[in-house]
Design a protein around this ligand. Structure first.
Ligand code: FCB
Length: 385
């Protein structure tokens, strides 16, 4: 007998528009990619091949698919909403429903339209109104979507924006980055609230998805840990109080000493991201989120590992799910698990870190299902490890 998950537990896989669609030419990142090691280019061509992706998810036995709609396509020029792009994304929602897959839709996953960036990004006076207007434009295609994520990893967005502004390319784990400007954090929180207002008025359940870094105090540096965690993570969790759900995204941990984030210890096992191989991260993140947000249902919206060794992906995921099961047994209200990611996709500047359950040929776009995908599908069908 395996260890069973709650009845109705959602099993799925995730991706995001810029990382899989290809040619997201009106976005801010497209313009910036010449400064990155690799460009997204055609990506996985999921803009055209999404039916094939959905077929794979269904055939594996998974029940949910998380994807994002791309603001830069929907509103490529300020105030000009593309009906055709909205219809495109509605077809994906319908494609999920027709296949019996639960669509989990993210409205903002890291990229913004280039015009929005040029007009001052999240720091512009009009930023929140602009985001609200975009959310309103998307509302009609969200009918039947039970999980709407407003902004993906606002804590990462805030920290990355600061790094870009200062011309730094951050390496290593997100949790070791410089704290975001508070004005940026405040703007993102206000944008989330505005989006929730619009979505709630339309009867849609929404939340946002936080990058959980699992900050751990080392050598008694508890106060330093708390001071480190607040601007980089906990203020964003706090802002999810009263939301319909919160998305937990966890990959690794970050140890905090007296002087801040410590490097991954020498000799520690690492993933292709350079992060510590630490599957316990998921249970830690769920417990932490459940403690901070009592009464808010949790959806694991991302968890996975960058590895070229698919057996290692199974090892990581099995351990992460065992931990998740334990956290649920202790009382955490977790509604589902979405693996990051469905496809080997564009990892924000590089194609090297392969997180996918499915390999994608970079020239033909042919998809090859990996054994880890079949393994996860079996877990999903059994609803048990
Ligand atoms: C998260 C992002 C996701 C992906 C994974 C590895 O921070 O939300 O797009 O890059 O990390």
């Amino acid at each position: 007998m395996g260890i069973s998950f709650p009845e109705g537990f959602l099993w799925g896989a995730a991706g995001s528009a810029h990382q899989i669609e290809g040619n997201n030419v009106a976005s801010d990142l497209w313009a910036l990619e010449s400064r990155l090691p690799e460009r997204s280019g055609d990506a996985c061509d999921s803009y055209h091949r999404w039916p094939e992706d959905l077929d794979i998810v269904r055939d594996l036995g998974l029940g949910a698919y998380r994807f994002s709609v791309e603001w830069a396509r929907i509103e490529p020029v300020e105030g000009e909403v593309s009906r055709a792009q909205l219809a495109h994304y509605r077809r994906i929602v319908d494609g999920c429903l027709e296949r019996g897959l639960v669509p989990v839709v993210t409205l903002h996953h890291f990229t913004s339209p280039l015009w929005f960036q040029r007009e001052g990004g999240w720091l512009a006076d009009a930023a929140v109104d602009r985001f609200r207007r975009y959310v309103r434009a998307v509302l009609p295609i969200l009918d039947g979507v039970p999980w709407v994520c407003t902004i993906n990893e606002p804590n990462m967005v805030a920290m990355t924006a600061k790094a870009i502004k200062e011309g730094r390319r951050e390496e290593g784990v997100a949790g070791a980055m410089a704290a975001p400007d508070q004005a940026l954090a405040d703007a993102l929180i206000a944008a989330h609230r505005a989006a929730r207002e619009e979505l709630g008025a339309a009867g849609l359940r929404s939340g946002w998805t936080i990058a959980n870094q699992n900050f751990e105090a080392v050598d008694g540096a508890r106060a330093e840990r708390d001071a480190w965690a607040w601007p980089r993570e906990e203020q964003f969790l706090e802002a999810a109080k009263g939301d319909d759900f919160v998305g937990v995204q966890a990959y690794t941990r970050v140890r905090i000493g007296r002087d801040g984030a410590l490097p991954v210890p020498d000799g520690a096992r690492r993933t292709l991201m350079g992060w510590e191989f630490y599957p316990e991260a998921l249970a830690d993140a769920v417990r932490h989120t459940a403690r901070l947000l009592p009464g808010v249902p949790i959806l694991v919206t991302e968890n996975g590992v960058a590895t070229a060794d698919d057996a290692e992906r199974v090892e990581y995921t099995r351990a992460a799910l065992a931990g998740l099961h334990a956290a649920i047994a202790e009382g955490a209200d977790v509604r589902g698990y979405l693996h990051w990611s469905l496809l080997d996709n564009y990892e924000w500047g590089s194609w090297a870190p392969t997180f996918g359950l499915v390999e994608v040929d970079r020239e033909t776009f042919a998809r090859t299902v990996k054994p880890s995908a079949r393994w996860l599908g079996d877990v999903a069908r059994a609803n048990a490890l």
